[in-house]
Design a protein around this ligand. Structure first.
Ligand code: AMP
Length: 482
């Protein structure tokens, strides 16, 4: 029985924001976590991406902070009271966006700080005072050291994607940050898995947490239709283009394993006429946010991404995810396909399985997700030149220039991914100079003399045995330059 948000007794200004987002019923993590946090308890949540966990920790925090709401412009009236720590810039940006949306009708302020950006604008915002601070650990420490922010009044801390933060090596930074916080506070920890390290972190920093597990870790959402195609590495691009067309997929994430492969594939898809952008670690922060924004606005159809760059991205309604390369870590498969089929929407996940290495990696996915994978074949249609679509080509209405014909052929090859076998006319043969087909002859003394004699230079070449009419005597050429 789905639970409605109205059962929570949230403040009307928060309910208004929830209604504006279009949510009526709570997701399981929301239904379980929100009442605990409102009552002041710590939470240790195992929730996969896409379960609605951001609202599960944001709404109760805002609800509890409403008592501190102030219309004053004084920074002293807006100290940091809630701190949300996340592993990546994109995730921080995204969560900050959601916090802003839920706090829209309140006087509570929020800000986000992450690395790779100028510190100055972040400093200005921090100095004005914010109640909710969303941050990545490294940049937050920079601001603490620069005395741009004080954490002495923090009442709520959220460690989101805690397993990722530990993977990245943020534990020392987290420990330092937590040492600046008051001991009496609410602490929430969310993680895809509860590894021994996560349990240790929880034991040190959470007090009697309520454990909430909404989906078994490593379980893929049932709303995602997963298919695996056996495709030779060289045919992957062609297969991708064919499936995009066949399944009429408008927008999609395409995952690759390397930065170079990412840049190349995006480029080649662009050349094939798709609106594609690469998202990888070598892109500047600004470029990455712009790419994301363009994708969200629908200006870009294919976001070609590496795992690190795409971690934690929440872009709604991505109808499809392609695993152009099978990920090296089976867990990344779960994270990748978690971009589609979010919050109950249906999605498609297509994976291309190439050589032996891919077969091994696919075996890891089978084990992790406890599902049997059947490989599908992919067939490429034979190329059939469609005479009618070539317009006036053969109708005699119009004579096409060779250049136009070449241009059309190149465009078709790019669109379809395959090249017609017979199409171009044979290039016109240049007349062959008979000189090059003659057997070699030793020059006779007369011939050498005539070649160096100034008088012999006129009209002599064509009459000289063994010399081509196309070879002019040296002196005559030299005379042209003098
Ligand atoms: P999250 O797990 O927080 O990244 O959320 C995944 C997606 O679900 C986000 O796009 C949210 O906007 C959306 N979402 C959150 N709560 C709900 C809800 N109760 N009903 C429908 N969608 C939701």
């Amino acid at each position: 029985m789905p639970l409605s948000f109205s059962q929570l007794n949230l403040a009307p200004n928060l309910m208004r924001a929830v209604a504006e987002m279009g949510y009526e019923t709570m997701t399981p993590i929301q239904a379980q976590a929100i009442p605990v946090v409102i009552a002041g308890g710590d939470v240790m949540g195992a929730a996969q991406t896409g379960t609605g966990k951001t609202a599960a920790f944001t709404l109760p925090l805002l609800q509890r902070m409403l008592k501190h709401e102030s219309a004053s412009t004084s920074p002293a009236r807006h100290p940091v009271r809630a701190l949300v720590l996340l592993p990546t810039r994109e995730l921080a940006d995204q969560v900050a966006g959601q916090v802003k949306a839920y706090a829209k009708y309140t006087q509570l302020r929020s800000a986000v700080v992450f690395g790779g950006m100028d510190m100055k604008p972040q400093t200005i915002e921090l100095k004005k005072g914010v109640e909710v601070l969303v941050a990545t650990p490294g940049r937050l420490l920079d601001h603490i050291e620069a005395k741009n922010v004080s954490l002495a009044q923090v009442e709520y801390v959220v460690l989101d994607e805690a397993d990722r933060m530990l993977d990245i090596g943020f534990l020392p930074d987290l420990e330092r940050i937590l040492s600046f916080l008051p001991k009496s506070r609410t602490t929430l920890l969310f993680s895809a898995t509860f590894s021994p390290e996560i349990r240790r972190l929880s034991a040190s920093y959470l007090q009697n947490p309520v454990t909430i597990e909404v989906a078994r870790p490593n379980e893929t959402a049932s709303t995602i239709e997963q298919s695996f195609y056996s495709v030779k590495d060289d045919d992957k691009r062609r297969a991708l283009i064919q499936l995009l067309r066949e399944k009429q997929i408008k927008q999609s994430f395409v995952f690759v394993n390397s930065k170079l492969g990412c840049a190349r594939l995006a480029r080649s898809l662009e050349q094939a006429g798709f609106k594609a952008t690469a998202l990888h670690g070598d892109k500047s922060q600004d470029e990455r946010l712009k790419a994301l924004d363009a994708f969200k606005k629908g200006e870009v159809d294919l976001l070609v991404a590496t795992d690190v760059a795409a971690r934690g991205l929440d872009i709604k309604d991505v109808p499809c995810v392609f695993n152009y390369d099978i990920p090296f870590n089976a867990e990344d498969y779960i994270h990748r396909i978690g971009r589609t089929g979010r919050a109950g929407a249906s999605g498609i996940a297509v994976s291309f399985v190439g050589g032996n290495n891919d077969m091994r990696l696919m075996g890891d996915i089978e084990k992790l997700t406890k599902q049997k994978i059947d490989l599908l074949p992919i067939e490429f249609p034979e190329y059939q030149p469609d005479i009618r679509k070539q317009g006036h080509f053969n109708s005699g209405d119009r004579v096409w220039s060779d250049e136009e014909r070449r241009g059309h052929r190149a465009a078709r090859e790019d669109r379809t991914g395959y090249a017609p076998k017979t199409f171009a006319r044979p290039a016109p043969q240049k007349p062959i100079d008979p000189f090059f087909t003659q057997p070699y002859q030793e020059p006779t003394p007369e011939l050498l003399a005539s070649h160096s004699s100034p008088q012999a230079n006129t009209h002599v070449a064509s009459t000289r045995a063994g010399f081509s009419a196309n070879i002019k005597s040296k002196k005559k050429v030299a005379a042209l330059f003098s």
